[in-house]
Design a protein around this ligand. Structure first.
Ligand code: XIL
Length: 356
């Protein structure tokens, strides 16, 4: 009877422990051991930033402290997009964006504005807007000048136009191109410049490292704007990339963008480990090391362009727990230099090693 009771207890215990373990695994998968890092992103020879989420800054002290401790530049992940700042034709809502700016100012960080013009994140009042060409032009101008004016002296730089090209190098058939023609891009830069002549103005897009046709189209646009005297000061390369992207492709991308002579911002960096969407993939030391090597080579190439053109590198989000990748692509992934427990990964050391 005693043996039987003990057996039941043992079975019960191992069952409950098993459940507890399983539950813990689901919430917080075991992480690979993190290396000891020597140095800090704050000591990088150019600004190193992250895109931040305003509700995490507000509600998660650990997140907020990490952002304050590690980064010298801040981009709002969503808080400065059109729908966030300008939800109805006559309403601007600055609460979230102002909070990010205040945190940056209180902690001596640069703020990069993202983004004045995009085909996504538009409020319905814009997508439903009825008006002639002049009315659309006013809408574009009013939005840009009101927003840039509001943040004048606080936001150092702007992504003026985001993602205007398709993968085949043609202009995306966005609502802006439909209503105003592709040369609205030039006027968007002029409007921003009129509202804050000191702000550095960027054209931002993705794909430079994996699509030479698109890259050429972007560079043609940028060079055309430059030659016409349009106030453009830099190019944002989003660089949402993967651990197995070739160094040759990344180098061609960075060096050809630098050849414009404009400032180069690696504006939305992340290095995914699960580009093929494998639902069962797990994070391993070898993947972590491959990722660290890719971060290092990106940073190393970036550091080799002329100093005056090194505007900075910004990661898109802060840690693997808040990365946009797993939710956007419905898959496990670990794209950032901090793990989901906010611990520095091998990738962090990779970034530091890139400037050694
Ligand atoms: C993403 C955000 O991370 C998401 O939270 C949001 O739902 C959609 O936008 N390129 C960009 C960024 O320029 O603005 C995008 O950010 C990621 C891709």
């Amino acid at each position: 009877m005693k043996i039987y009771q003990n057996l039941t207890l043992a079975l019960f215990l191992s069952f409950s422990l098993g459940c507890a373990k399983k539950e813990q695994t689901a919430i917080n998968p075991p992480l690979v051991p993190s290396p000891t890092t020597t140095g800090s992103l704050k000591d990088m020879p150019f600004p190193f930033g992250a895109a931040v989420n305003v509700s995490l800054l507000r509600n998660n002290v650990q997140y907020k402290e990490l952002v304050i401790k590690e980064f010298s530049s801040i981009t709002a992940e969503n808080a400065m997009k059109f729908n966030a700042l300008h939800p109805s034709e006559t309403t601007y809502s600055y609460t979230d964006a102002d909070e990010i700016v205040a945190l940056a100012q209180a902690n001596g960080k640069r703020v990069h504005g993202h983004t004045l013009n995009w085909y996504k994140s538009l409020p319905t009042w814009v997508t439903n807007f009825q008006g002639d060409t002049q009315a659309w032009e006013n809408l574009l101008k009013m939005h840009i000048q009101t927003v840039v004016g509001h943040f004048k002296g606080k936001v150092a730089s702007w992504d003026v136009v985001n993602e205007a090209f398709e993968d085949d190098g043609t202009y995306r058939n966005s609502i802006w191109v439909q209503k105003l023609g592709a040369d609205y891009i030039a006027r968007a830069f002029q409007y921003a410049n009129q509202a804050d002549p000191d702000a550095l103005l960027f054209y931002n897009d993705y794909g430079h490292e994996y699509n030479a046709i698109k890259r050429t189209a972007i560079l043609n646009l940028v060079n055309n704007l430059k030659s016409r005297g349009i106030p453009i000061h830099g190019v944002g390369m989003q660089m949402h990339t993967r651990y197995n992207q070739t160094d040759a492709n990344i180098t061609s991308a960075i060096t050809s963008v630098a050849a414009t002579g404009l400032k180069v911002h690696i504006s939305e960096l992340d290095v995914v480990l699960n580009p093929d969407n494998v639902a069962t993939l797990s994070y391993t030391t070898s993947l972590a090391d491959l990722q660290a090597a890719k971060y290092k080579s990106i940073v190393k190439t970036y550091y080799s362009i002329p100093k005056a053109q090194q505007f900075g590198i910004t990661t898109w989000n802060v840690t693997d727990a808040d990365s946009w990748i797993p939710t956007t692509y419905s898959r496990p992934d670990w794209p950032l230099p901090f793990d989901r427990n906010y611990v520095r990964k091998a990738a962090y050391q990779g970034i530091l090693d890139g400037v050694k």
